[in-house]
Write a protein that binds this ligand. Structure first.
Ligand code: COA
Length: 145
């Protein structure tokens, strides 16, 4: 059974996944912030095992940024990333958000594109020497459009 849980501060389960994926697998050095309580954190559990995470940052009342999306390696390619995104999208909608933005690692942009995200301006930006591209998805359209 897949279960999503949201947390108001970084839970140990998310810390372990991010350490394994972003620090050990991908080599990012500046992974954790002193205060992660400004984000909402999601952990997805499969039969009580934590397998993916993401965090949500409020930019303004209608715009939210999705960050630190990670699925443990043995669970990739099974649509866990898609589920993780969907749970975050639903959460953001319940908070009143209308648009999600994210800075995608360039070689992961195809994953986000499959989930309805579009490049903002196509510009490549470097975060800790890793190429990224800004993407966005409108999740609630204005009533008159
Ligand atoms: C990127 C990531 C979250 C994808 O999660 P996942 O569970 O493997 O993805 P899904 O199984 O839900 O894939 C959904 C679709 O996206 C595609 N996809 C997945 N990764 C992709 C990639 N890197 N490039 C292009 N397409 C990709 C899948 O083929 C699938 O396509 P389909 O619907 O036609 O079958 C996962 O690979 C991951 O955690 N990577 C390491 C951490 C990371 O880089 N995070 C992103 C930071 S921006």
């Amino acid at each position: 059974m897949v279960q999503a849980r949201f947390y108001p501060d970084l839970p140990m389960e998310a810390k372990i996944i991010r350490q394994e994926v972003f620090v050990e697998e991908q080599g990012f050095q500046e992974e954790f912030e002193d205060d992660e309580s400004i984000y909402i954190h999601l952990v997805l559990f499969l039969d009580d095992k934590p397998i993916s995470t993401a965090r949500i940052k409020k930019l303004d009342p209608e715009r939210y940024q999705l960050q630190r999306m990670a699925v443990l390696k043995p669970f990739r390619g099974l649509k866990i990333g898609t589920y993780t995104l969907k749970f975050c999208q639903t959460k953001i909608k319940t908070l009143g958000g209308r648009e999600i933005v994210l800075e995608a690692q360039l070689d992961k942009s195809g994953f986000y594109a499959k989930n309805g995200f579009k490049p903002v301006d196509g510009e490549i930006v470097y975060d800790q020497d890793y190429p990224h591209i800004w993407m966005r998805k409108v999740i609630v359209r204005p009533k008159n459009k």
